[in-house]
Design a binder for this molecule. Structure first.
Ligand code: HEM
Ligand code: SF4
Length: 570
């Protein structure tokens, strides 16, 4: 990049954030992870490697419930790692499922599998001596965790649409191709975790030696379903089909939800429409968007480093023109499409190919054997007999996909017997939380453990006001990073401190509107009082069929966020 480029403010000058140093000095993501692994005196990693292991799909964590107690006993925190697998489109085969189910039993402190809002699974609580075994176990079943965290392109999402099987297959294949195309080229993962022979890395043609300025998230979405929440992602390929066949994509760039409390330079932002591209340009365009963000993203201040801020700083037209130049493509006008919902379709549905698909609701995506609800065992029992595949959805649920008519009854019985097919209200089906306590080091307030009770209370409120068949998209996230995508909810609660949340209102059902702050620092009791008052008004004053989020804007309860940079904080 020549200096003259900077006349247009394309590059942020200044001292680079420390993460830039550690990526650059890491010898292509190797660092001294091998040495740290051999050090049995501590269960943790040294600060640089603490960051670097993320690019290998792991976060160092400790159990926050017992942190203070261990400190009293003069013990170091109980360090362990969370692993996040790379599963483009969230598809996993039954035999793979059985292997991860066993690993969770044998080697994780919590004995659970967590389905995530980005269509993959996480293990929580793996101790250092078992980390290599974990990667080797995954490798033996064809799974890795390369680039599922850190400043790289992460797990690529794809709408879980089992009904139109051919279209889904095509979309899924593109999700996989994009994932492979944007993966780091370094062989560090294989060397460190799989004992592969050392192969020097000489270049990262797409990601660069310092990798990306910040995390980068990609989706392939099949309208009308916006289950993967395009506006939470940096780069989205909207599948455009003609007669059930994929013909190309509309590209949406620059979505993202994270912000920092009290820092007005940060905000959740919707993605912008760049136009339509033909299929054969998909990988070139993906690489061009990533390299423009690589070169122009802010490496000085990590809080403003994501693609959404680059777009707002350099201008959408400038960014888009550079993508066109690098990819050798001219976007044409976006093809028409519409998003109508984000939820999963629970229960059985039949695909065009005559196969059956059963979507199971998994509260918080947490597969564990709960008292009277052995969910984890249930899925394992299904895996033992299932001949199709499983699909993890971006709503933290699980689809048993590709079931023959003859096998339906057996699968349904297993699901029912293990509490996987209980009657669930619409409200619960449309509520979501991030992990937060006890594992997430960044959590300010509870989320996953708070949600079930909160939903029960909201169900009561809806019943009281005669809207029990309806629902409000309700999402709780333990800090403003927003992993539970609360910044695209009709009611979004964002953790502020123990038991305290900022409440946002005004998102819509299709996930195409960012909500706005309604009240700050509210406790759990006040949250219910506010929801009670607002639902009463909604029930009495709403137009026919009007959704809660739309009502809060029409009634002037919150102003609409049209352009985040301008409206979100005003
Ligand atoms: C600066 C921003 C962010 C940071 C630092 C961050 C960090 C983290 C951490 C530490 C965890 C581990 C929690 C645990 O499993 O114990 C996590 C989980 C997760 N994050 Fe984020 N996150 C950020 C933003 C986001 C956003 C905006 C999304 C999605 C739109 C997202 C999606 C996820 C997902 C899917 C998980 C797995 C657990 C779940 O499904 O809730 N993250 N994140
Ligand atoms: S939103 Fe915050 S608390 Fe929740 S998982 Fe993400 S980083 Fe942790």
């Amino acid at each position: 990049m020549s200096d003259s480029n900077n006349d247009n403010n394309l590059i942020v000058e200044g001292k680079h954030a420390d993460n830039e140093r550690l990526k650059l000095e890491s010898n292509y993501l190797r660092g001294t992870i091998v040495e740290d692994l051999a050090d049995r005196i501590t269960g943790g990693f040294t600060p640089d490697n603490y960051q670097l292991i993320r690019t290998h799909g792991m976060y160092q964590q400790d159990d926050r419930d017992i942190r203070a107690e261990r400190q009293k006993q003069k013990l170091e925190p109980l360090h362990n790692v969370m692993l996040r697998a790379r599963m483009p489109g969230g598809i996993i085969k039954p035999e793979q499922w059985l292997a991860i189910d066993k690993f969770a039993d044998d080697y994780t402190s919590y004995g659970s599998i967590r389905l995530t809002t980005r269509q993959t699974f996480q293990f929580h609580g793996v101790l250092k001596p078992n980390i290599k075994l974990m990667h080797q176990t995954l490798n033996s079943i064809g799974i890795d965790s390369i680039a599922t965290a850190g400043d790289v392109n992460r797990n690529v999402l794809c709408t879980s649409n089992p009904v139109e099987s051919e279209l889904h297959q095509e979309a899924y294949e593109w999700a996989t191709k994009i994932s492979e195309h944007l993966l780091p080229q370094t062989k560090a993962y294989a060397e460190i975790w799989l004992d592969a022979e050392k192969v020097e890395t000489t270049e990262e043609p797409i990601l660069g030696k310092s990798y990306l300025p910040r995390k980068f998230k990609t989706t392939v979405v099949v309208p009308p379903k916006n289950d993967i929440d395009v506006h939470a992602n940096d780069m989205n390929f909207v599948a455009i089909a003609e007669n059930g066949k994929l013909v190309g994509f509309n590209l949406l760039v620059g979505g993202g939800l994270a912000m920092t409390h009290g820092d007005k330079s940060t905000y959740p932002r919707k993605a912008d429409d760049f136009g339509f591209l033909p299929l054969d340009k998909t990988l070139d365009v993906a690489a061009a968007v990533v390299t423009v963000q690589r070169d122009w993203g802010n490496r000085v201040n990590r809080k403003n480093a994501k693609t959404k801020y680059t777009l707002d700083r350099v201008g959408i037209d400038t960014f888009k023109a550079e993508v066109e130049k690098r990819a050798g493509v001219k976007f044409t006008e976006s093809r028409p499409y519409e998003f109508t919902s984000r939820g999963d379709d629970f229960g059985w549905i039949e695909g065009f190919d005559g196969k059956h698909h059963l979507t199971l609701f998994v509260e918080n995506g947490r597969l564990l054997d709960f008292l009277n609800k052995p969910l984890k065992t249930g899925v394992a029992e299904i895996a033992k007999v299932h001949k199709g595949d499983f699909r993890m959805t971006a709503n933290q649920n699980l689809i048993i996909a590709g079931v023959d008519t003859a096998d339906k009854a057996q699968i349904e019985k297993l699901a029912r017997d293990h509490g996987l097919l209980d009657n669930i209200s619409n409200q619960r089906l449309n509520s979501m939380a991030c992990v937060a306590f006890p594992t997430c080091p960044l959590a300010m307030a509870e989320a996953e453990r708070y949600l079930p009770g909160l939903v029960t209370d909201v169900e009561t409120i809806l019943k009281k006001h005669d809207v029990a068949d309806d629902h409000v998209i309700l999402r709780v996230t333990g800090c403003p990073n927003g992993c539970g995508r609360a910044m695209l909810a009709e009611i979004g609660l964002v953790g502020k401190g123990p038991g305290k949340y900022n409440m946002y209102l005004g998102g819509n059902q299709a996930g195409t509107r960012v909500p706005k702050l309604y009240q700050e620092n509210v406790d759990e009791t006040s949250i219910l009082t506010i929801i009670d008052e607002l639902v009463a008004r909604w029930s009495n004053e709403r137009n026919e069929g009007e959704a809660f989020g739309d009502f809060t804007i029409r009634a002037g309860i919150v102003a609409e966020v049209k352009v985040s940079k301008r409206d979100f904080h005003d």
